[in-house]
Write a protein that binds this ligand. Structure first.
Ligand code: CP
Ligand code: NVA
Length: 303
């Protein structure tokens, strides 16, 4: 059986995504009751990180350890990848020794090339284009709090970046309305590439996007690799902060999400992210459960 990969969210069907999220919630409940099933006994996950990470690294590593397996952290500067060994060769070598490969990198094509040559599942742990693992945790958080996301209204405020691209992909898959409010020049790349899905609307005014929303989502104004543009970006995004006033445009029970790390006073006001009912901490915590369910799903296809 050929391996299944998670290069982008659309590698999973809507039914598979819902099943993974349901399983993640079940694993979360069992863990809270002290039950950590040995899902990954003697399995090894290789983790290539070309960018920094706290949540992605810890959640994958903790998931493997709790499930009875292990994870190997690979930094390019300490491996032959950093000295020019082709990603295709790395894929073949890691497939000989590991049961799955997770990769966080810049170019999305690197993950695609890895997946073509790997004989074990390859998981996108964030590229410049997308961040499907984070969306699984976001969806789990939404579903646990509010039920199915189908038909709900989601507002993406700020940079049309990797997370935003994944939300656009998710809107079509899971049938929710998505309003994206981005400044000129920072619109999501996937909207430029393909004809927009009717569920996705691009607006300039963040209040228009937030109006009546069930969920408000934002992310940093300066993603990893864009540090040289920081000053220009902060100026362009200044009107796009998720403030208490912006949250007030949404439904009274609207949730706020942020994949983290956050910059208080930039993309989000401290009073929003630190509010008593903020769900960002459980959103981060759900990375562990969603990834366990994802790994279990992918291992199920890997034989
Ligand atoms: N949200 C997220 O992916 O966080 P890290 O960069 O800490 O992994
Ligand atoms: N958009 C951010 C997400 C970090 C998890 C980045 O790419 O840096």
């Amino acid at each position: 059986m050929p391996p299944r990969h998670l290069v982008d969210l659309a590698d999973l069907s809507a039914a598979e995504i819902r099943a993974i999220i349901g399983r993640a919630s079940e694993l979360k409940r069992r863990r809270a009751a002290g039950d950590k099933p040995p899902l990954f006994e003697r399995k090894v996950l290789a983790m290539i990180f070309e960018k920094s990470s706290t949540r992605t690294r810890v959640s994958f590593e903790a998931a493997m350890i709790e499930g009875g397996g292990g994870a190997i952290f690979l930094a390019p500067k300490d491996t032959q990848l950093g000295r020019g060994e082709p990603i295709e060769d790395t894929a073949r070598v890691l497939s000989e020794m590991c049961d799955a490969i997770m990769v966080r990198t810049f170019a999305h094509s690197m993950v695609e090339r890895l997946a073509v040559c790997a004989s074990v599942p390859v998981i996108n742990g964030l590229t410049d284009r997308s961040h499907p693992c984070q969306f699984l945790a976001d969806l789990q958080t939404y579903v646990e709090r509010r039920g199915d996301i189908a038909g709900r209204r989601v507002a993406w405020i700020g940079d049309g970046n990797n997370m935003c691209n994944t939300y656009i992909e998710a809107a079509a898959l899971l049938d929710f309305e998505l309003a994206v409010a981005s400044p000129v020049g920072y619109e999501p790349g996937v909207l430029r590439e393909s004809s927009a899905d009717s569920r996705v609307r691009l607006v300039r005014d963040p209040r228009e996007a937030a109006a009546g929303a069930d969920l408000i989502v934002t992310d940093v104004w300066v993603s990893m690799g864009q540090e040289a543009e920081a000053t220009t970006r902060r100026a362009a995004f200044a009107p796009y902060q998720v403030s208490a006033a912006l949250m007030a445009c949404a439904r009274a029970d609207a949730l706020f999400m942020h994949c983290l790390p956050a910059h208080r006073g930039e993309e989000v006001a401290a009073e929003v992210i630190d509010a008593r009912d903020s769900v960002v901490w459980e959103e981060a915590g759900n990375r562990l459960h969603a990834q366990k369910a994802l790994l279990e799903f992918l291992f199920g296809y890997a034989g």
